[in-house]
Design a protein around this ligand. Structure first.
Ligand SMILES: NC(=O)c1ccc[n+]([C@@H]2O[C@H](COP(=O)([O-])OP(=O)(O)OC[C@H]3O[C@@H](n4cnc5c(N)ncnc54)[C@H](OP(=O)(O)O)[C@@H]3O)[C@@H](O)[C@H]2O)c1
Length: 328
């Protein structure tokens, strides 16, 4: 039976979206295939890049984007999954080098799936999505380095998907979150979501004037990168840790080794895409433990597939707030 999909095609280097009906036989077939009836997907920064054809993330067209998806198994070649099982897929370059979640059906390698965590619906899992998963991964990495409830944790890009999720998880785990935003008009919303304090990102936007500045942060979840990250490293307190998640403000990092040598600062790399199954399960379990549907609702907007065309440039311009869940 044909189903709906957002399909990208490329002509003379220009990537264009269309809404097509495609057949299950059109779906690419990876190893250990599991076919999923997709119920929800989401919009992440990377989806914005792919929808706009930026960064050469997709090499083969036609292509179905959508780096996240959650739904119900309808056919499985793999003993771990059976029809009727609910599953989540984030990362593994799905939506990038494999067809993704912006279609009513997806065929995925069973290794890329995790069972839907208990207590979450497929919509909840996608309101969380890659951004919320990454924010929890980052928070758990800070905790492993000794950051404790009450210690000040800076969240940069606070109005975005990773940032809003970091505030949500931080609040749930009794951390003291300081939210940095370029949209100071969102301050009340960020405080309502659980931030203890909101600062203007202009405070952090420039490269530091000295290798070490006054110690402010025990931890940081950084979605911005660039000069913001080098500034934050110079302000991180003795023994503190910075989880580098994103590059919304740039991918260059100009710093000195002084924060590492004189303050024992830790720079932690966060990758959600290739995280192995056991690590994924630990992150999703922690999410399921602290998940609060009402709190998630405050950062979530639901849209349909056609809305993504207008939203793609907006997420790249830093104009989207919180998380966008896509209903299929
Ligand atoms: N490591 C991983 O596995 C992983 C996973 C998910 C996402 N990411 C990366 O994390 C970043 C955030 O992703 P997202 O989905 O949260 O995107 P998003 O929703 O667009 O959020 C990014 C936020 O960064 C801030 N920002 C945007 N442009 C900026 C600029 N030029 N300078 C400073 N701040 C700026 C904005 O927040 P304010 O308006 O509040 O300042 C914006 O809302 C992206 O770079 C993404 O690729 C990485």
């Amino acid at each position: 039976m044909p189903f709906n999909a957002l399909v990208l095609t490329e002509n003379d280097g220009k990537v264009s979206p269309s809404f097509d009906e495609i057949e299950e036989s059109d779906l690419p077939s990876p190893a250990n295939p599991v076919t999923v009836a997709v119920e929800h997907s989401s919009l992440n920064y990377k989806d914005g890049m792919i929808l706009r054809g930026i960064g050469r993330l997709v090499r083969t067209y036609p292509h179905v984007p959508g780096v996240d998806l959650a739904g119900t198994v309808i056919d499985s070649s793999d003993g771990r999954y059976a029809p009727g099982d609910q599953v989540v897929c984030t990362g593994w370059r799905v939506g990038e080098s494999h067809w993704g979640g912006y279609a009513e059906r997806a065929r995925l390698n069973a290794d890329w799936l995790v069972p839907l965590p208990s207590g979450l619906s497929t919509r909840d899992a996608m309101a969380i999505g890659t951004a919320g998963f990454t924010a929890m991964q980052a928070l758990m990495a800070l905790e492993r380095q000794g950051v404790k409830p009450g210690d000040p944790i800076l969240v940069t890009g606070a109005s975005g998907g990773v940032g809003s999720s970091a505030i949500m998880w931080g609040k749930a785990l009794d951390h003291r979150i300081v939210a940095s935003t370029g949209r100071i008009e969102n301050a009340d919303a960020l405080l309502a979501q659980g931030a203890a304090e909101v600062i203007d990102r202009a405070e952090l936007a420039d490269a530091p004037t000295r290798p070490l500045l006054s110690e402010r942060w025990a931890g940081c979840i950084d979605a911005v990168g660039g000069d913001t990250l080098s500034h934050v490293l110079a302000e991180t307190a003795y023994g503190g840790s910075v989880a580098a998640c994103g590059l919304a403000g740039g991918n260059a990092l100009n710093t000195t080794v002084i924060p590492f040598l004189l303050r024992g600062v830790n720079l932690l790399g966060i990758d959600s895409v290739m995280a192995p199954f056991d690590a994924r399960q630990r992150v999703w379990s922690r999410i399921a433990e602290v998940f609060d549907a009402d709190r998630l609702a405050t950062i979530t907007t639901e849209v349909a597939l056609p809305d993504l065309i207008e939203l793609a440039p907006r997420i790249l311009a830093g104009q989207v707030r919180g998380r966008i869940v896509v209903s299929l």
